[in-house]
Design a protein around this ligand. Structure first.
Ligand SMILES: [Ca+2]
Ligand SMILES: [Ca+2]
Ligand SMILES: [Ca+2]
Ligand SMILES: [Ca+2]
Length: 182
């Protein structure tokens, strides 16, 4: 049997580029956290274990500011998505654990609320191996560390429509492009 806490709250601070999310949720606790932040623990599925953690900075002249949000998507008590926000409420960075093993395998970096770069661990071995660069929100360059030696060995450049313009490869493992195909 579920017990619902009387507090209904709006989960604020969604990225400006996304639709706002309104959820009925139970506020479990609110307490001081590190760095002078206030930590809010929220239960979404009624088991009285926190699934969302919001970290706020109090401000004297304005309403408090959401600086970080952490979400446990699969309710195993391990955080799967962490999102950081700038002072003007835009998303700054988001990291995800897509296979729920407790290790981050995707990081998105934003500037002015727009994604500029993504790091991906495509084989979930703990090392990022795909780097995607965006301009005006569009993917324009991919870099791959296919061999997993920490050096880029494959480059792909795309035009504004997403067509591949040219590719390049490093063959001898020094991280410098040896072959280029236009
Ligand atoms: Ca829960
Ligand atoms: Ca989890
Ligand atoms: Ca992972
Ligand atoms: Ca990897």
């Amino acid at each position: 049997m579920f017990r619902y806490a009387p507090t209904l709250i709006l989960i604020a601070g969604c990225a400006s580029s996304r639709a706002p999310t309104v959820t009925t949720a139970a506020l479990l606790t609110e307490r001081p956290a590190d760095n002078g932040l206030v930590e809010q623990q929220i239960d979404l599925n009624g088991d009285e274990v926190a699934d969302v953690y919001n970290f706020y900075r109090e401000r004297a002249e304005a309403s408090r500011l959401l600086v970080r949000k952490e979400v446990d998507l699969n309710w195993d008590s391990k955080i799967d998505v962490r999102t950081w926000f700038t002072d003007d409420g835009a998303i700054e960075k988001e990291e995800m654990d897509g296979d729920f093993d407790g290790r981050v395998d995707w990081v998105d970096h934003y500037k002015g609320g727009r994604r500029v770069m993504s790091e991906v661990d495509t084989d979930y071995n703990g090392a990022m191996d795909l780097f995607k660069y965006y301009e005006n929100g569009k993917l324009r360059r991919k870099e791959r560390d296919a061999k997993g030696d920490g050096r880029i060995d494959f480059w792909e450049y795309l035009d504004e429509s997403g067509n591949v313009l040219r590719t390049g490869r490093d063959l001898d493992g020094d991280g410098i492009m040896d072959v280029r195909e236009d």
